[in-house]
Design a binder for this molecule. Structure first.
Ligand code: GRF
Length: 193
């Protein structure tokens, strides 16, 4: 994906709703020399998101939007993204579904991480569903965001073996650990094309 030329890093915004462990791994990655991105904005729909602490720790601008008025929230976000010259959006545990028109405004420049081997187990409760189906493997996927939930082009996946004793919680933990490695790898992949 070529977004612009020049030696500086691409400006990214990360959207979160909760703990923000993927955000943390992306911030740490963004500070390495090899990272194609720098993170200049953190967006959330949840004023209590624990991940917002990382905005303070790493001195990154954060913005909170009320999605009860989704259209208005998206309009404000788009303005903020423009203001900050954001070139790429990384969704990382962002629990709101963005509208088609928002996505079209950033066509091909929104990524998401999902805790399953897509196209399997789109949506919520992925770990429970994978366990119920007695899958031998699950994993995580970084993909482009389109208006169809968890269905955009896959960039990278990592498989994780499911053990007999795994619970949704233990599986989530194992997968999350891989997510932290996968997102940076996916960014390196798309920017080296
Ligand atoms: C991750 O498992 C992500 O794949 C899913 O929500 C979780 C977010 O975790 N969409 P965190 O907020 O990055 O810790």
């Amino acid at each position: 994906m070529v977004l612009s030329t020049g030696l500086s890093k691409f400006k990214a915004a990360v959207f979160i709703s909760g703990t923000g462990s993927n955000l943390k791994s992306l911030i740490r990655f963004s500070k390495t020399k090899k990272s194609p991105i720098s993170i200049s904005l953190i967006v959330t729909n949840n004023s209590k998101a624990k991940g917002l602490d990382f905005a303070n720790t790493y001195k990154i601008k954060k913005k909170i939007y009320n999605f009860k008025k989704k259209k208005l929230a998206e309009k404000k976000i788009l303005l903020e993204l423009k203001k900050n010259k954001i070139q790429i959006i990384c969704l990382a545990g962002f629990m709101k579904i963005l509208s088609k028109s928002f996505i079209n405004n950033f066509k091909g420049k929104i990524l998401n991480i999902h805790p399953s081997l897509l196209p399997k187990y789109k949506g919520l409760n992925t770990h429970q569903r994978a366990l119920d189906k007695k899958e031998k493997y699950s994993g995580c996927t970084v993909h482009y965001v389109t208006s169809k939930l968890d269905s955009g082009k896959i960039i990278l996946q990592t498989q994780v073996k499911i053990d007999k004793k795994d619970t949704p919680k233990s599986l989530a933990k194992k997968i999350l650990k891989q997510e932290h490695k996968l997102y940076p790898k996916a960014l390196l992949k798309i920017f080296s094309l």
